[in-house]
Structure formats: C-alpha cells, structure tokens
Ligand binder design. Structure first.
Ligand SMILES: Cc1ncc(COP(=O)(O)O)c(C=O)c1O
Length: 335
C-alpha cells in the first residue's frame, strides 16, 4: 500500500486549471458565441489561426469534434481518408467519421505511427468513377498518441505534402499534441500549418486547459464547420470563460512542455524503455499482463493506463512535478 500520495500518469487530460488560469477565466469578457459575439473566443480563434498561418479557426469543446469537422471538410460521404492504423481518428473516436460523416477509412501500419509513403502509395485510390471508393485525404497525427508521443519529422510531412499535391488530395493533421512536437523539435507551428489543409489542435491536453480544441483551415472551411458544429449540437454561448483558459495556456504553458518531456525520459529509464524512443511526454511499455501491472501500480500509488492487453501507457503533464516523476520512477522500478 502507498502513503496516500497518488501520481496520476494516465493522461495529460487529467490536469486541473491553475489558480492563475482560473483568474484569467473569471476575468474573461464574454458574449453569445453562436451570434459571433464572444470577444475572447474570437481572440482565441484568430490567435490560433495565426500561429499556424491559416485563415481561420473554430473553437470546439473536444479534439474529437475538431477532427470530425476537419475530416468532413475535406472528405465527402462515400469517400475515404487514409491514416495510420493506431490513429486517434481510426481507433478512439468511436467510428464518428463513419457514423456522422459517411467517411470510410483505410490504414497503413507503422509501429511508431510514422508516415510510410510506400504503403500510402499502395493504398491510394484515384477517382475511377462508380467502381471504387476514392481517396480524398490523408490524415496524420503529430505527435502520435498510441505510438508513444512520437514526432513526425518535418521532412516526412513535406514529402507527404508533395505526394498529396501530385494526386490533388488533402492533408488533415491531428495536432492534439502539436505543441509537444513544436517544443521537442523547435519546428515553428507555421511550418506544421504549411503542410496541412486542415488541422485539429487541443488546449486540454498538455497545455492544461480544462476544455477546448480548435479546427484550423480556410475561412470557407471554417464557416461551413461552424454550421456543422451547430448542427451537431455544439454551438456554445458565453464560452469566453473557456477560451480565456486556452489563451492563458498559449501564453504560459507551451515552453514548459520541455519539463514534461524530461520527466517522460526519466520514467522510461525506470521502465526499461529506451529513452531515445521517447520523443515527448508519452511512454509506452510492454508488460506481460497490462491490466495486472496497472493494478499493481495503482496499489503503489501510481495511476497508469493499459492501452492494449500487454501495453501500458504513462503520460507526463502540468500536474506532475519533477519530484512526482522521480517518486513514480522509483515506485515503478520496483514493480
Ligand atoms: C491524438 C488525439 N487526437 C484527438 C483526441 C481527442 O480529444 P478529445 O478527448 O478532446 O476528444 C485525442 C485525445 O486524447 C488525441 O490523443
């Protein structure tokens, strides 16, 4: 049994807003966002669009909804999007792209969630008329959650951009943790923006906001997504209080992600995982019985997740201090 200390490494979504973030939320100017009258939401949307050098952005309650809106903006019903087999859009959005948008998917596989142009080239289906499902877009995830927070190298993204341009298909970038990729590599966010037609980015993961994501794209795509967001029941009213948390996070919580990355490397060592394979804030480790390992860790005061029968995942975040990471590393090394 542990001494009451619980270190929560299940996800970077478990963070609680800091006092300073709460103060920013309390002070936010608000209006009815469905009428387009919330100045703080408008600020956030303009700011995030600018960071990625795109025309516009749309605030959504979740990353899943930002992904649904972004993918449907570039893939019509009866068309397909290609993605890696462990992509969040394929594995963890409960079939939303099919259930809501009539989009089908085919996947390539890479153990580190990387772009594999040879496989993508084999999968790619041109529009041959009323016989085959045509490929309309290719989706990538940076960083890749289930591949252990792996970064997609900018050169690979650029090569994919060239591939997509030659075939006149779109690229969607699920950038739930694009901030981590940016901090880990020093790549400007605008460079990531330049390789994608549409993006989804999250404020509620490593950035520590309690809620909020954005779809990013052209003004036209965002206006259409605004209609679809309302149609799906996610038109929100005085949500400047939430957007203020996002603005605060952009100002104060990006650079500190480097600490999360250092803590993840420390945990990797204690689990016998090569830290060279840990690009950012997620550590994935193989254990013979993942649920049993999760239970043992919980009993010892460390919360981790089983993301497969033999795979456990640990995620560092804003609420995990250096001392917490060191304590967790000690505890896990003894399990
Ligand atoms: C890569 C990726 N995309 C999208 C999402 C969806 O975000 P949300 O939980 O806000 O729907 C997640 C959530 O963890 C994620 O890891």
């Amino acid at each position: 049994m542990h001494n009451g200390l619980v270190i929560d490494l299940r996800s970077d979504t478990v963070t609680r807003p800091t006092q300073a973030m709460r103060a920013a939320m309390a002070d936010a100017e608000v209006g009815d966002d469905v009428y387009g009258e919330d100045p703080t939401v408008r600020d956030l949307e303009g700011r995030v669009a600018g960071l990625f050098a795109h025309e516009a952005a749309l605030f959504t309650p979740t990353g899943s909804l930002a992904n649904v809106l972004a993918v449907r903006s570039v893939v019509g019903p009866g068309q397909e999007v290609l993605c890696e087999s462990a992509a969040h859009i394929a594995r963890a959005e409960l079939g939303a792209h099919g259930a809501i948008s009539g989009v089908t998917m085919r996947t390539w596989h890479h153990p580190r969630g990387q772009i594999d142009l040879a496989q993508i080239g084999t999968l790619f289906a041109p529009d041959l008329g009323p016989f085959f499902v045509p490929t309309a877009a290719i989706a990538v995830e940076n960083t890749h959650n289930f591949a252990g927070g792996a970064v997609l190298p900018l050169d690979d993204l650029r090569a994919l951009r060239g591939f997509a341009d030659e075939r006149e298909v779109a690229i969607h970038l699920d950038g739930a943790r694009i901030w981590n990729a940016h901090v880990a590599t020093g790549t400007p966010l605008a460079e990531y923006g330049a390789v994608a037609d549409v993006l989804a980015v999250c404020l509620s993961k490593g950035l520590g906001a309690p809620v909020g994501s954005l779809m990013v794209g052209t003004s036209e795509a965002i206006e259409e997504a605004r209609v679809w967001r309302k149609r799906l029941g996610a038109g929100m009213r005085q949500v400047g209080v939430l957007a203020a948390a996002g603005l605060y996070a952009l100002d104060h919580h990006i650079e500190r992600l480097a600490d999360d990355h250092a803590h993840a490397a420390l945990l990797a060592e204690s689990l016998g995982v090569d830290p060279a394979g840990v690009d950012t804030n997620i550590v994935v480790a193989e254990r013979s019985d993942a649920p049993a390992y999760v239970a043992r860790a919980r009993d010892a005061g460390v919360l981790v997740s089983a993301v497969g029968p033999t795979t456990v995942r640990l995620v560092t975040h804003l609420d995990v201090t250096r001392a917490d990471a060191e304590a967790a590393a000690r505890i896990l090394a003894g399990l």
